[in-house]
Design a protein around this ligand. Structure first.
Ligand SMILES: NC(=O)c1ccc[n+]([C@@H]2O[C@H](COP(=O)([O-])OP(=O)(O)OC[C@H]3O[C@@H](n4cnc5c(N)ncnc54)[C@H](OP(=O)(O)O)[C@@H]3O)[C@@H](O)[C@H]2O)c1
Length: 289
């Protein structure tokens, strides 16, 4: 095996990807399967998981399996742990990718006090609860729930970067622009970054690494390219430093780095894969809030 292939190898590694049935989660699942890993995916929609697992197994026969679970439910997390425990003694990679968007209704021209107050009047706290529970509590709880299997992976083959947790955050975690309608989502990702650092500081004695991967715009169900104001809509590409959205290989490449020996000394880091969006989105190069 070449030096490069060995450094970035995930051959035979056991990977669990939440939200792996669609979007970025599916792209990463495919990247891992093509690289010789064994992948478990989870999500709430069994039909989506079944279809995606069939697709993954057509690429790497017998290397993908699914377990339907709602990551915001403690009972579901226990079921997921039992499912993986019944098949594996270690978990080399956990990707906490499940997430939901949404937020408050969009209000344009937020320059008057009345318009800003309209955001509050129309804000639904149950929506914030759902976003925070899914985007912050779930990745925290799942990481804790799988710590024994992650620790076992790290201990079994030290120095190989095994026992790696990848939190899928967002470049929007660093965004303090006036996108009031995205505040629930953006603040949930900012909080996830602190959860990541805190977990990283807690678990390193067990050999487990925890890092953040923060994507920018990638076309998915959540970041729908047909949405007029969305950053994956080609009509808005002129606002992006690279003039385009990200693609499947570009998210998988970053995940493969965090999953392999190449990142064995990387812990508590945040890798932005956003085509430079973070450089401009708090400045003037922004879409109407
Ligand atoms: N696409 C982008 O431009 C972008 C940018 C920055 C960050 N991100 C982040 O990337 C991650 C993936 O998003 P995506 O763009 O790929 O969106 P997506 O296509 O909507 O995928 C989200 C996935 O999360 C799963 N999920 C949601 N709630 C869940 C729950 N309660 N339990 C289990 N699974 C759940 C969904 O499956 P079910 O509905 O079947 O449960 C779905 O497979 C998210 O964390 C998102 O915040 C995306």
């Amino acid at each position: 095996m070449s030096y490069l292939a060995d450094l970035f190898s995930v051959e035979g590694r056991v990977v669990l990807i939440t939200g792996g049935g669609s979007g970025l989660g599916y792209h990463m699942a495919e990247g891992f399967i093509k690289s010789g890993a064994k992948v478990y995916i989870t999500g709430r929609r069994e039909n989506v998981l079944k279809q995606s697992t069939e697709k993954l197994n057509s690429i790497g026969p017998g290397t993908a399996a699914y377990c339907a679970a709602d990551v915001s439910s403690p009972e579901s997390i226990k079921k997921l742990v039992a499912f993986v425990e019944s098949r594996e003694t270690v978990l080399d990679v956990l990707i906490n990718n499940s997430g939901i968007g949404g937020g408050d209704p969009s209000v344009s021209h937020l320059d008057s006090i009345e318009r800003i107050q309209e955001v509050f009047t129309n804000s639904d706290p149950t929506n914030w609860d759902k976003i925070y529970r899914t985007n912050i509590w779930a990745p925290f709880a799942i990481t804790i729930a799988f710590l024994h299997l992650l620790g076992a992976a790290a201990k079994a083959r030290p120095g190989e970067g095994r026992g790696s947790v990848i939190m899928i955050s967002s470049t929007n975690a660093n965004s303090w622009n006036p996108y009031m309608s995205l505040l629930a989502y953006n603040s949930s990702k900012a909080a996830l970054n602190l959860v990541t650092k805190t977990l990283a500081a807690k678990v390193y004695t067990h050999g487990v690494r925890v890092n953040t991967l923060s994507p920018g715009p990638f076309p998915t169900d959540m970041n729908d390219p047909t949405q007029e104001e969305g950053m994956t809509n080609p009509s808005n590409f002129h606002r992006l430093p690279m003039g385009r959205a990200g693609n499947a290989d570009e998210i998988s490449g970053a995940a493969l780095y965090f999953a392999s020996k190449a990142s064995a000394f990387t812990h508590g880091a945040d890798l932005l894969v956003d085509g430079g969006l973070g450089l401009v989105q708090n400045g003037t190069n922004r879409i109407t809030p």
